[in-house]
Design a protein around this ligand. Structure first.
Ligand code: AVJ
Length: 321
């Protein structure tokens, strides 16, 4: 499940106000250039991300699944019976199954995602496997305040689920704002959140510079998408993938680097690139257990249990609201 990873329907270049188009145009006009990682996730980008999750170097997905499987009983005990689970940026709906299987008669599942169509299909499949569970997908941008339906009669705690270290994509102030929003939304319940931990920089570097080049393809897919949806003329061989660990900032940064001086056209506007000039495409912040807990407390949560893997690569936190 990942932040806004679902595809939006491609919009013709005659739709000048598509969100992607506006963001790309504004991002190219800025210095330094940047674009939000949420635009990675068109259909091709979502498929590339699924391949990333399977890579030998990309430990987060399988490590988090391992933690959820190993600690499901303890997690379920914290959450209690008849819970209502609200998932932020629900993707494949695989991780939540581990949770649902462990919970005592979960009452309702409310997956929130901006891509309504994909969400409906995934929710229907889930519903078929959990006939006793009320499944109510919500097509919305969860970084904006939204009103959740009233609790069902007899419902237990309302619990947020935010796995995958998706919070790492946010800038620190955005992460705080999200947690504040979640704390308000989940009052009387809690949040189960997965975050990637600070570790050996070589391990981090390898996870974002895989040998098969899938992460590079995922990054460059943004330019392919701009060409396809916005009639831009990015030369895909003219840019290369760069990902590095910024240790003082505790984050992986991904960029697209111009391999030569060149000009790119987007909707009649020309953007000049010098050799080596970059478009920043993603931050992936890494946390310490204490750092995440301090942020959660600032946002209005009370710190509960935390589960990690034996290598302490990844952590899953129970935050009480
Ligand atoms: C889905 C944001 C958690 O930051 O590790 C994976 C995205 N980018 N490889 C991450 C990603 C490059 C991923 N998140």
């Amino acid at each position: 499940s990942h932040l806004q990873r679902q595809a939006e329907p491609p919009e013709a270049d005659t739709a000048p106000w598509s969100e992607f188009g506006r963001a790309m145009q504004a991002g190219l006009a800025r210095t330094p250039r940047n674009i939000s990682p949420k635009f990675f996730y068109d259909v091709a980008g979502s498929q590339l991300f699924d391949r990333i999750c399977e890579l030998p170097e990309y430990y987060p997905t399988r490590t988090e699944l391992g933690i959820l499987a190993a600690c499901a009983g303890e997690i379920a005990a914290q959450i209690g019976p008849h819970a209502e689970i609200v998932e932020f940026g629900a993707g494949s709906l695989t991780k939540v199954r581990l949770l649902l299987d462990a919970l005592e008669s979960p009452k309702r599942y409310l997956p929130i995602d901006i891509s309504g169509e994909h969400l409906e299909a995934a929710a229907a499949r889930l519903k078929a496997d959990y006939p006793a569970l009320a499944v109510q997908p919500i097509a919305a941008d969860y970084t904006m305040p939204l009103v959740l339906p009233a609790p069902m009669a007899g419902a237990g705690r309302r619990v947020g689920f935010f796995p995958g270290s998706t919070i790492g994509n946010f800038e620190p102030d955005e992460a705080l704002a999200f947690l504040q929003l979640a704390a308000r939304m989940l009052r009387g319940g809690g949040l189960l959140i997965g975050v990637d931990l600070v570790k050996d920089p070589d391990r981090l570097h390898a996870a974002y510079n895989d040998a098969q080049g899938v992460t590079a393809a995922f990054n460059l897919n943004l330019l392919r998408r701009a060409n396809a949806e916005l009639s831009a003329d990015f030369d895909l061989d003219g840019f290369s993938h760069a990902a590095f660990y910024n240790a003082p900032m505790r984050r992986i940064e991904m960029h697209l680097v111009s391999r030569r001086a060149q000009s790119v056209q987007l909707r009649g506007e020309h953007f000049a690139f010098e050799e080596g000039e970059t478009i920043h495409t993603e931050y992936s912040h890494k946390f310490t257990v204490e750092g995440l807990q301090a942020l959660a407390v600032r946002a209005g949560f009370r710190v509960g249990a935390v589960w990690t893997d034996p290598e302490r690569l990844f952590s899953v936190h129970w935050l009480v609201s």
